[in-house]
Write a protein that binds this ligand. Structure first.
Ligand code: DGJ
Length: 713
């Protein structure tokens, strides 16, 4: 935390940052990584001195916090702007250094020539050890300043961090982690979908050759933003590497009038010396305690029943009542009425924008259903897609000009809907009024806030406006939450298309994916867990035959998969057999029994062969652990390996049991189940043996998921 002669040092946990910020000089991140007990910045500077190399500039170009255009650094400049083609070579020098809090620094820089003030806002969370970087740009000139690109920061990468992982994905297949082959040059992902996106989640992981889930140095980066974004890694031929993340702008999108200020979204960055799982835990804690607002901290997350895959647009009054009865009887605690309840919304071609109950399907309004649901002891939740309008709607017929569009460019058809222009205050007022009216008139405590299309041409009054649109969306959600302080909101965008720390600052959970296929979900939830903790990941038990993949999976597997998340159901319970309802009910009861641990514990991903996904949570005091071992496809060897249980206390003894499915059977006998009674009363095993010797896993059929419980005795 010390400031020394033109340096600022931030240290928390196992992380240190050393920033160069001498007045009149360029700001720079001299060091970030493992904790330094007694950093001597002058010494670090001397130790890291580079030199002229033949064929290069006479003096090597020094990096800075943005590597802005005027620095002459190779690779993408972290800031690039101009005044109608002039004043384009910005170069920032420090003028002031402010310390609003011990773990935060604001480095104010000026460029007297281009008349730009750039302020770097950098914090190191003293409790969770996550770094937050934002850049503020002020136009201190007297003409308009067009910003083409402004990264939240340009962060240097440790040269030992050789392995790079990015995120790809698609609708119903989000959070796909992909290792990028070594390269010199750039790794770039640009998301222009107008939402966080399914295919370009703004996250990055970097590790050393030896880093795995449990050990080794690693770094992670995430942009807390729900609009367009750019993720970029430059590995320069001079050996230096930088990570940049920020908003992607369309041409001319961001122009500052004299005196105006632009602030980037936060870039969250973390370091761990103990592997990727430990790094995820930092992000989980930071999200839980520093990003989200804590309004529902004291409340257990209720089991959901969602009507979508049970009835789609077929909102039959009797069926919906009966589904509520059935849902309550198996343990649901919240009932969410999905798409189809309003206006002329009898299919996905009409009605969006007309936010009042359909006379046709709900002649007496929503009151009877809400009363029935709450009378059963469940909370009531309602689906909205506020940002959208169908051409076939009263709203569009009245206000055809309320949509985002680029003049002369045809709208690209996408689920038969257009995007409303939230940058117009009258549009947000309309949406607020509609939602406020419904929420005030009924006992509705939950909103599923959906967003189901990409935004290709986000023009407003001639200019591209997705940056402003995203800010307007945040403001609309905030306004609604202010008016309804107990309202909980789920961020859904055709599944996990809008999942990020920006939206989660204003909402309470994400709909992780539209795929309820448990095998898909094992991978999707594992991918998402790099940044998101279990309690914010919506995870539902879907129908036996998945509507999206056509795969048939057992109720036991579907339950085990949804159990490691914010659990819910999304299937037609009226068609389920008595036996399968019994299994579902038992699974829900099991989730409730362990919900506190699942939703507050320390999360671990295990290093396992490809055919296995194993994850778990351990309580803060290490007195209890819950782990899931899913045999996805079957193994190459005759037998599965052992599970080395991470995160326990080596000096404690644990009662180890397999608590799901019941009864648990192995393919052949005798097995570890008989040898240890793991499937029955359990067995007492020292923590050090569980961690170091490992527990043999019984021989399982593919598509089988075991849940192990470890209770300190
Ligand atoms: C997409 C969501 O992801 C689904 O869960 C469902 O709410 C549909 N939209 C409704 O249109």
């Amino acid at each position: 935390m010390a400031d020394q002669n033109g340096y600022v040092i931030l240290t928390a946990g196992e992380t240190s940052l050393v920033l160069e910020c001498a007045i009149g000089e360029r700001p720079n991140m001299l060091y970030w990584g493992a904790r330094l007990e007694a950093p001597d910045p002058d010494l670090i500077k001397a130790m890291t001195t580079r030199q002229h190399a033949p064929g290069c500039a006479d003096t090597e170009i020094a990096s800075s916090l943005l590597n802005e255009t005027g620095t002459g650094m190779a690779g993408l400049s972290g800031f690039s702007a101009h005044r109608n083609g002039m004043a384009w070579a910005s170069l920032f020098r420090v003028t002031r250094v402010l310390r609003p809090e011990p773990h935060r620094v604001e480095i104010v820089c000026e460029d007297e020539i281009t008349k730009v003030r750039a302020t770097h806002l950098i914090g190191l969370d003293p409790d969770c050890h996550v770094i937050t970087c934002q850049t503020q740009i002020e136009n201190s000139g007297d003409t308009a300043l067009a910003i083409d690109w402004c990264a939240s920061a340009s962060l240097p990468l440790d040269p030992r961090a050789t392995r790079l992982f990015g995120f790809t994905g698609r609708w119903s297949g989000e959070f796909h982690l992909e290792e990028i082959a070594p390269f010199l040059g750039s790794y770039v992902r640009e998301n222009k979908s107008g939402r966080t996106s399914h295919d370009n989640f703004p996250g990055l992981l970097v590790g050393a050759d030896e880093t795995n889930e449990q050990a080794g140095p690693c770094f992670a980066f995430h942009l807390g933003w729900s609009g367009n974004n750019r993720v970029r890694v430059d590995r320069l031929s001079d050996g230096r590497s930088f990570v940049q993340m920020g908003e992607y702008f369309f041409p001319g999108e961001t122009s500052l009038a004299p005196g105006e200020v632009y602030q980037t979204p936060p870039l969250y960055a973390g370091f761990s010396s103990r592997g990727f799982s430990a790094l995820s835990r930092k992000f989980h804690r930071h999200l839980r305690y520093k990003v989200m607002d804590g309004r529902i901290d004291g409340k257990s997350r209720p089991i959901h029943y969602n009507t979508w895959e049970a009835v789609y647009f077929d909102h039959d009054h009797d069926t919906l009542f009966k589904l509520a009865d059935k849902a309550a009887s198996v343990g649901a605690e919240r009932y969410i009425l999905d798409d189809g309840w309003f206006g002329s919304r009898r299919n996905d071609k009409a009605g969006l924008g007309d936010w009042w109950p359909s006379d046709e399907v709900y002649p007496d309004g929503l009151c009877p259903l809400v009363k029935h649901v709450t009378g059963l002891g469940m909370e009531f939740g309602l689906w909205f897609e506020p940002e959208m309008v169908n051409p076939d709607s009263d709203l569009f017929r009245t206000h055809p000009d309320w949509i985002l569009q680029a003049e002369g460019v045809e709208q690209i058809p996408f689920r038969g809907q257009f995007v409303l222009d939230l940058t117009r205050p009258e549009v947000c007022d309309y949406l607020f009024d509609c939602m406020h009216k419904l929420l005030s008139a009924h006992d509705i405590s939950y909103v599923k806030w959906d967003m189901n299309r990409d935004v290709h041409h986000p023009g407003s009054r001639g200019r591209p406006a997705i940056s402003q649109q995203t800010r307007a969306l945040y403001a609309l959600i905030e306004r609604l939450r202010e008016a309804h302080p107990n309202l909980e909101i789920e961020s859904c965008s055709s599944g996990g298309g809008r999942a990020d720390f920006g939206i989660l600052r204003r909402t309470d959970r994400i709909w992780t994916s539209d795929s309820n296929d448990a095998l898909d979900r094992q991978r999707i939830q594992r991918g998402a867990s790099h940044f998101f903790p279990l309690e914010i990941m919506g995870a539902h038990v879907g129908p036996e035959t998945c509507h999206i993949t056509g795969r048939r999976l057992s109720m036991e597997l579907r339950v085990a998969t949804a159990l490691f998340g914010h659990m819910g159901m999304e299937l037609n319970l009226l068609e389920e057999s008595a036996e399968s309802l019994e299994v579902l009910k038992a699974g829900i009861a099991l989730h409730k029994e362990h919900r506190d641990l699942l939703h507050h514990g320390d999360f671990h991903r295990l290093d396992t062969p490809e055919h296995v996904n194993a994850v778990g949570v351990v309580s803060d005091d290490k007195s209890e652990g819950l782990f899931s071992w899913c045999n996805l496809t079957g193994h190459r060897q005759t037998l599965p390996g052992r599970m080395y249980v991470p995160g326990l206390d080596a000096s404690k003894t644990y009662r180890a049991k397999i608590i799901w499915p019941k009864p648990v059977r192995s393919i052949s006998r005798p097995s570890v189940l008989e040898a240890t009674d793991l499937g029955g009363e359990g067995m007492d095993i020292p923590g050090e043996a569980l961690m170091q010797v490992g527990l043999q896993v019984p021989l399982l059929h593919p598509e089988t998921c075991l849940i192990y419980h470890f209770q300190a005795v």
